[in-house]
Design a protein around this ligand. Structure first.
Ligand SMILES: Nc1ncnc2c1ncn2[C@@H]1O[C@H](COP(=O)(O)OP(=O)(O)OP(=O)(O)O)[C@@H](O)[C@H]1O
Length: 411
């Protein structure tokens, strides 16, 4: 959809902002441009809508060199969202969002009804339509900014640090909403951020730039965490990439055991007889109710009479990532992660050690050279086939955290 062919940008003051960039961005994809300050992200973004003209090379959109398209026509098909939203201060929220439809000659009534639809789409109540931007919070202003960019239903959205100016909680909400929106709209999005966590959370693909405007790596988030191209990318991605990689491994194949799980109607004596420090009480449908500490069990009766400690997180075998599973183990009072099926019934338990052993086998698989993987050493066959049945790359429809996955906060 968007293609950069040997594109460079040298500003008149001698700065090379972008240096020999070749990149192809797929239709309907969300590509994040990330890198340290001044590495050319914004310049790259602005070359797509001709706010900046390349010094060399070609940018094309849908197979057409964008120099052949007049800038106003080009921009009609490209929504643009910036930090602080850039709203018109003297126009109401509704009129801000109606701006582009009005420019397109839709007529006031139609433009305003489209604007009202868009406000609903980005999760703003209709009561805010008559307010002015200064009467909204930063997060609400950003939503208006996104709604305004979607005004003409453009196939392409350029977003320059759109969520950087709000606090981390609002930012998380905006990111989740934005992913939900993208699932519905399938726009081709180029998103600039300097925050690698945001890039990993949002991007289908990430382009990491280094200072001097050179592309350091273009890959999926998973590949970036797994195989950073060099020390610069590895440093930029951060030291906890081992844990982050688990976000891209499905929990569905994790080896679970039956564990100390009993119906809440079971006699206390039966719980004690298990000889485990903790017992998980479940209801008639095997949904988890809570942990009972064996040492604190009453002298008689059933588990109904015991004090149940909340579980912490459970993880879902049908949507969560291995990272959510590990998190569930670490947060569990018993140190056992509880895996539940699609109905929320307990499928089994595992501790962090059991989980990490299976995960390590799964995630190191792609680290071995291809020839080593096809010719395993004697005794290594289990690890070279499908360790623990784990699947990489499609935990949830677009990665578990991208769906705000059930259960644990996987990130
Ligand atoms: N109009 C301009 N004239 C001269 N130099 C410029 C101009 N715009 C940007 N630059 C320089 O080009 C380089 C790349 O800038 P750009 O804004 O694209 O980087 P960035 O990665 O988006 O940075 P940040 O994360 O800080 O926003 C920087 O060194 C910047 O100072």
């Amino acid at each position: 959809m968007i293609r950069f062919d040997a594109v460079s940008k040298n500003y008149p003051n001698g700065t090379t902002a972008v240096d020999g960039l070749s990149l192809e961005l797929a239709e309907g994809g969300l590509t994040v441009l990330v890198g340290p300050s001044g590495c050319g992200k914004t310049t790259t973004l602005r070359m797509v809508n001709r706010m900046v003209e390349p010094s060399a090379g070609t940018v094309s959109l849908g197979g057409r060199d964008i120099r052949e398209v007049a800038a106003p026509e080009l921009r009609r098909g490209i929504g643009y969202v910036i930090q602080h939203a850039g709203l018109f201060p003297h126009r109401t929220v509704l009129d801000n969002v109606a701006t582009v439809p009005l420019l397109l000659g839709w007529g006031k009534k139609k433009a305003r009804s489209r604007a009202a639809e868009l406000l609903e789409l980005v999760g703003l109540p209709a009561t805010m339509a008559k307010r002015y931007p200064y009467q909204l919070s930063g997060g609400q202003q950003q939503r208006v900014g996104v709604a305004r960019a979607l005004g003409a239903d453009p196939p392409v959205l350029l977003m320059d640090e759109p969520f950087s100016a709000v606090d981390p909680i609002v930012r998380g909400e905006l990111q989740a909403e934005f992913l939900r929106l993208q699932k519905e709209l399938h726009k081709t999005i180029v998103f600039v951020t300097h925050d690698i966590d945001e890039a990993i959370k949002l991007g289908d693909h990430i382009a990491v730039f280094r200072t001097g405007g050179k592309l350091a790596q273009f890959d999926t988030p998973e590949k970036l965490l797994e195989h950073p191209a060099d020390d610069f990318v590895a440093d930029f991605v951060g030291q906890d990439r081992g844990i982050r990689r688990l976000s891209f491994v499905q929990a569905s194949g994790l080896p679970l055991r039956e564990g100390p799980v009993l119906p809440v109607t079971a006699p206390v004596a039966e719980a004690r007889a298990l000889g485990e420090p903790w017992v998980l009480a479940v209801d008639a449908a095997r949904r988890p109710l809570g942990w009972a500490a064996t040492d604190d069990l009453p002298s008689g009766g059933t588990l109904t009479d015991a004090t149940l400690v909340p579980l912490g997180h459970t993880f879902s075998l049908t949507g969560d990532s291995a990272r959510a599973a590990l998190d569930a183990a670490l947060l569990s009072p018993s140190r056992l992660a509880v895996g539940v099926d699609a109905q929320g019934a307990v499928a089994g338990v595992a501790d962090a050690y059991e989980l990490s052993a299976a995960m390590a086998r799964a995630t190191t698989l792609t680290d071995v050279p291809a020839d080593a993987a096809t010719a395993p050493e004697p005794g290594a066959s289990a690890a070279s086939t499908t360790p623990a049945g784990l699947t990489k790359g499609d935990a949830g429809e677009s990665g578990p955290e991208k769906d705000g996955g059930a259960g644990g906060d996987g990130r």
